[in-house]
Design a protein around this ligand. Structure first.
Ligand code: SF4
Ligand code: SF4
Length: 180
């Protein structure tokens, strides 16, 4: 995935959505967003930040607090989080950093902004029940090495569950945007 960093262009007043932080604070996982005092512990302990020049959870939280909604939601950087929850465990203010990032990703996905690789993964889960299509050669190799067969997937049940959260409509919306 190409890393599109959060823009560092000077902030214009018109970009700021003052209600954004309150909107996030009302969502599950975002409740403690306003408690962040920018100590940087989340970034210094984040295993992804260690290997990225641009991924900084502290910056994501700061942007969210400042109301820079479009900048955060449009950045591919948001999708680099590995959801390891180290930041959440270490935050001295109890901010659920990983959950705030999940909330931001959900909002981005609702707007149809999600990297292609995640859309492809979603399509694969809907189709086969697996996040990746397992090549038949690999399945044969497992058999030849005496490994047990892969557990049976049930994509129909996955589709039913995702229908309940209108996931299918969101994916279709994203596909339409990709084609434009
Ligand atoms: S560790 Fe917590 S308080 Fe410190 S910058 Fe990260 S979110 Fe904010
Ligand atoms: S959950 Fe995401 S942001 Fe937090 S430490 Fe892990 S990779 Fe970094």
């Amino acid at each position: 995935m190409t890393e599109t960093a959060i823009s560092k262009e000077p902030v214009k007043a018109s970009e700021i959505d003052p209600k954004f932080k309150y909107e996030l604070s009302r969502m599950h996982g975002g409740e403690k967003l306003l408690k962040c005092f920018q100590c940087g512990t989340c970034t210094s302990d984040c295993p992804v930040a260690r290997f990225s020049d641009t991924y900084r959870p502290r910056t994501i939280i700061h942007m969210a607090q400042l109301g820079l909604k479009d900048r955060v939601l449009n950045s591919d950087t948001l999708w680099l989080c590995a959801a390891c929850f180290t930041c959440t465990d270490r935050c001295p203010q109890g901010v659920e950093v990983a959950s705030v990032i999940r909330v931001l990703r959900n909002l981005a996905a609702e707007k149809g902004i999600a990297p292609k690789v995640f859309k492809e993964q979603a399509a694969s889960i809907l189709d086969s029940g697996y996040a990746y299509k397992i090549p038949s050669l690999r399945i044969k190799k497992r058999e030849s090495q005496g490994l047990p067969p892969l557990p049976k997937s049930n994509p129909e049940n996955v589709r039913k569950a995702l229908k309940g959260v209108k996931f299918l409509e969101k994916i279709e919306k994203e596909d339409e945007q990709d084609e434009q």
